[in-house]
Design a protein around this ligand. Structure first.
Ligand code: B12
Ligand code: SF4
Length: 548
């Protein structure tokens, strides 16, 4: 069977899609993976303007046609996308249906999991509402045997005018994950869409444009929390065991990265995007650290750090192994808004976690990055001031990733906003744009420099509640963001880290031996922490995630 899989997420990172595609290729070797990705360099201008990259609706009808034509000639086409790319997916599926009405079309990925009621209205035959691997294996078995696939779990099917909503397969266990092939990355036949040219073989430059010298990995899946704005609310509603942290062995993830490095000698840094990496118990992190240091010995960053799980012993052993950066979710400094998001990380926990995180920088780490969500229409002026004050008080150094609230449909936040009569459409449009209001600009100021207290109080006087009409300062916004981005880039370049700097510059530094030289001569790491005594026999060591 000829299968074409396509990730429409405007980038080639697509971790879940790559995992799924590796399994699908193992099942059916005549499978190719396609990526729709615009040039990352183009997004630098957007970042300065305060937008978050290209908008999928900027893709013209001619380009949609070109993408769809590139997907013809297959028996089955499988799409993968998040909600932000759902409209594009719908447009491509519609065009492909016109070009080749007989192609079996399936849509998987985050959007059909979180909002299946919407995804199933696209002109596709089925949507995948859960983990793809084992479900797709069953679906494929039916299609190959010519039997009716419509009872396959983790899928909804079109059945004439009706929709057949099947239940879920059990979530994969850690043992199941251990048996999965490594994510597809740099495999022969990977295709990337180039506007005006259609799909072409992916080359090293495409990987460099998307990931720099870095590789994005996911070791564990799951998060014990349940913040209302997060897709987790939908995953947990589908299966409560999603709260448990599941992951293959440390051996597996280290081997996955070694396999990437064998293919791409330039690989010099890894970013872990697990939802809750630090919730993995200490022993398993220690085992990971030992293998990492012995067999890879390159820097890695940990994203998705939750303040409640910031523990010095874990930081020590991971930093000894090579951790050089963390990214932590703060989201708000207002207790009221944190409660509204049902986020059990109150300001005092955030400050305590910030104390630990900042103490590793700049000696061992690039300053930590904190995520913050602004422009929530239910925030009062005091809530906004509380957020700004938290970052004013936060131990330095740090940098920020500032987001404008985007309400993901079908999450608990979407429901509670609707109950309060908030216009979600209005919030949706602000997601790709961070309005240059006083509060948002003050965050950029804080990421650059802490003003003296007297000046800070005067600046705070300009802050308004998010829903209030207020002046915008677009020119100042551009100036501050330019400085902010330049400072971020410098913090990385100082340690020859090209994980957030796409393109050939990092590759050149690597080719000239500068990356390796810096690592051998300049990279500082703390001594190995003393091994903790092993639990005595009979002691119970179970929890899938450490207690919060
Ligand atoms: C890694 C990650 C990223 C990475 C890589 C993107 C990626 N898709 O891998 C990066 C950093 C680029 C990223 C960016 C963003 N992300 Co993100 N990201 C994640 C994260 C943490 C893990 C994704 C993952 O790998 N999960 C594990 C894998 C195994 O699961 P999976 O992706 O669902 O894949 C499985 C199934 O869906 C299925 N499947 C997938 N494809 C297909 C295809 C077919 C045909 C079939 C049958 C099955 C199938 O099989 C897979 C394996 O079981 C998730 C949170 C989460 N827990 O999922 C957020 C998440 C996906 N991100 C989210 C968001 C909002 C974003 C941003 C918009 C944030 C922002 N404001 O900038 C950007 C979008 C950028 C872009 N260009 O797309 C939201 C999406 C919500 C939604 N409804 O769309 C999530 C759910 C987090 C949240 N807040 O709730 N993200
Ligand atoms: S801690 Fe992060 S991943 Fe976990 S539910 Fe909250 S936002 Fe989602």
């Amino acid at each position: 069977m000829r299968i074409k899989l396509v990730s429409l997420e405007d980038g080639t990172t697509a971790c879940g899609f790559r995992k799924f595609a590796a399994y699908a290729t193992q099942l059916n070797p005549d499978t190719t993976a396609h990526f729709v990705s615009t040039n990352r360099w183009a997004s630098i201008g957007a970042a300065i303007r305060g937008t978050m990259g290209g908008k999928p609706d900027d893709i013209t009808e001619a380009q949609v046609d070109e993408i769809a034509r590139g997907l013809t000639g297959a028996d089955l086409v499988g799409y993968s996308s998040m909600t932000g790319y759902s409209e594009l997916t719908r447009r491509v599926a519609t065009r492909l249906r016109e070009l080749e009405p007989g192609t079996y079309q399936v849509w998987g990925g985050i959007h059909p999991i979180i909002h299946p009621q919407d995804a199933i209205t696209a002109p596709v035959d089925a949507i995948c509402t859960g983990e793809g691997e084992f479900a797709f294996e069953q679906l494929l078995g039916h299609l190959e045997a010519g039997t009716d696939p419509r009872a396959t779990r983790n899928f909804w099917f079109k059945d004439g005018d009706e929709v057949r909503r099947n239940g879920f397969l059990p979530l994969m266990s850690s043992e199941d994950m251990e048996r999965l092939p490594f994510s597809l990355y740099g495999a022969p036949g990977e295709q990337v869409y180039r506007p005006g040219q259609g799909f072409a073989d992916m080359g090293v430059d495409d990987y460099l444009d998307n990931d720099g010298l870095s590789y994005t990995a996911i070791w564990s899946i799951g998060c014990p929390f349940h913040c209302t704005y997060c897709g987790n609310t939908a995953f947990i509603a589908n299966d409560r065991t999603y709260k448990k942290i599941r992951h293959p062995s440390a051996r597996y993830i280290v081997d996955e990265i070694k396999a990437v490095r064998d293919r791409f000698g330039h690989l010099s840094q890894v970013s872990f995007l697990d939802d809750s990496f630090m919730a993995i118990p200490y022993r398993q992190l220690e085992e990971f650290a030992e293998l990492w240091r012995a067999e890879l010995d390159i820097p890695f960053a940990v994203y998705g750090v939750i303040p409640n799980y910031v523990k010095r012993d874990k930081f020590d052993v991971l930093t000894w192994a090579g951790m050089n950066r963390i990214r932590m979710g703060v989201q708000s400094g207002s207790r009221r808004i944190l409660d509204f998001y049902q986020r059990p990380s109150p300001p005092e926990k955030i400050l305590a976690a910030g104390e630990v995180a900042a103490s590793y920088a700049p000696r061992f780490h690039i300053p930590p990055t904190y995520d913050v969500i602004m422009d929530n229409p239910i925030e009062t002026r005091q809530d906004v001031v509380d957020t700004l004050q938290l970052f004013y008080d936060m131990p330095r150094p740090y940098t920020l990733l500032i987001y404008s609230l985007k309400v993901i449909p079908n999450t608990e936040l979407a429901r509670s906003m609707e109950e309060q009569g908030i216009d979600l459409e209005e919030i949706d449009s602000s997601y790709l744009w961070i309005p240059p209001r006083a509060a948002n600009l003050l965050l950029y100021v804080l990421a650059l420099w802490r003003p003296p207290r007297w000046l800070w109080q005067r600046l705070l006087a300009r802050v308004r509640a998010s829903h209030e009409p207020q002046p915008l300062y677009p020119r100042l916004g551009i100036a501050l963001r330019t400085l902010f981005l330049a400072k971020r880039a410098l913090l990385h370049l100082r340690v020859m880290d090209f994980s957030i700097i796409p393109g050939r510059s990092g590759w050149l530094a690597w080719r000239l031996g500068l990356v390796g030289l810096w690592r051998r001569r300049m990279w500082k790491r703390p001594p190995r922490p003393a091994p903790k005594p092993r639990p005595s026999r009979g002691e119970i060591t179970l929890p899938l995630a450490d207690a919060a």
